[in-house]
Design a protein around this ligand. Structure first.
Ligand code: NAP
Length: 328
């Protein structure tokens, strides 16, 4: 089968598409013929050798999520049959013609969605759902601050915030992304500069002086101090990424006075049972909203697998809005 392969650790020059041996499903696993596999920031880190995948997963074949058709079943699988339309967060190796996923991590593709739409769902919407509701405890009416408003995870989060009857405030360094995010329901966009980003005063103003009850942060160090200044009493900062760097100096007095929490999260290294629980909560609470049209996957572009290098280049340049997909 064909797969995206990193021929070494480094820049775009290590991204190729090659013939590799197809995987075989072990007990409890399902072999999926991949129709679309989302690109993620983690792929860029893995390309540079900075994001080792879990044990047993090839480091040279990227891909954290997929949608496709069930091709074959490993021993003991009873919940699925060949031809079923499925999607999932995978341990890795998803940017390939065939990939294996544990049967209990698979989700059924909602009625009426194309392969491209389904491919844009798993990582973005599951991460956002887990961060907002399971970790952030989001309630209707709460003001929520979502950084990097044009990122895959943020475009999902904004829609989930609105579907929950809460208020979505977003930041971006790109005005055009804030404009596009408004069409997804963003109530208030804040354009932040690359040097000394400021947003706390604006967040306070937009939330009637309270601040944000939940903050989804992907940027890390450069936003850490402003996040604490923007936090509502009892609020939660969920750290999902550190695109701007991981080491920050902050005023912990602000955290104490807000009686706030800072929670960090990652999905991929969690124990299988935790990932199954997150998948089941997502299937119950979120999947029905796609069929009803209340949520829509945001696809920046769907490129053939052969254009994987171009996909890396676009993400490296922060050139995307929503999800970039590779289609075998
Ligand atoms: N913890 C988890 O389980 C988990 C799961 C999924 C994703 N993530 C993380 O979540 C983040 C978003 O992922 P994604 O795939 O949705 O990203 P994405 O679609 O590639 O979007 C990233 C956007 O963030 C902005 N950005 C990049 N570097 C920045 C910086 N230094 N400061 C401020 N803004 C910056 C850029 O938009 P602008 O034009 O606004 O600059 C860029 O387009 C990544 O850090 C990723 O690793 C974590």
């Amino acid at each position: 089968m064909k797969a995206v392969v990193f021929t070494g650790k480094g820049g775009l020059e290590v991204v190729e598409v090659r013939e590799v041996e197809a995987p075989r499903p072990s007990r409890g696993e399902v072999l999926v013929r991949v129709k679309a596999a989302g690109m993620n920031r983690a792929d860029l880190l893995q390309r540079r050798g900075l994001y080792p995948p879990p044990r047993g997963t090839r480091e040279d074949i990227p891909g954290l999520e997929l949608c496709g058709e069930v091709e074959a079943l490993g021993e003991g699988v009873t919940a699925w049959k060949p031809g079923d339309r499925v999607m999932a967060i995978a341990a890795g190796e998803a940017q390939a013609e065939l990939a294996v996923v544990h049967e209990r991590l698979l989700l059924r593709v909602p009625e009426g969605l194309s392969w491209e739409e389904a491919g844009a769902i798993p990582e973005a919407f599951m991460t956002a759902h887990d961060a907002l509701f399971t970790l952030g405890g989001l309630r209707p009416g709460w003001p929520v601050l979502v950084h990097a408003a044009g990122s895959g995870v943020a475009t999902a989060a904004i829609q989930l915030v609105k579907a929950a009857g809460a208020t979505a405030i977003g930041t971006s360094r790109t005005a055009d992304k804030l404009e596009k995010a408004r069409a997804l329901g963003l109530d208030h966009g804040i354009l932040v500069g690359k040097e000394e980003p400021r947003f706390a005063d604006d967040v306070k103003k937009q939330s009637g002086g309270k601040g944000a009850a939940v903050i989804l942060d992907f940027v890390g160090a450069p936003y850490a101090a402003e996040n604490l200044a923007a936090l509502a009493p009892g609020g939660t900062v969920v750290v999902i990424g550190t695109m701007g760097g991981p080491r920050a100096t902050v005023d912990l007095g602000l955290l104490m006075r807000a009686r706030g929490r800072i929670i960090g999260t990652v999905l991929r290294p969690r124990p299988l049972e935790d990932k199954i629980a997150a998948t089941q909560a997502f299937a119950r609470d979120v999947l029905p909203l796609f069929a009803g049209g209340k949520l829509r996957p945001v696809v920046d572009a769907a490129l053939p697998l052969a254009r994987a290098r171009e996909a890396h280049d676009r993400m490296d340049r922060n050139d995307t809005f929503g999800k970039l997909l590779l289609c075998p």
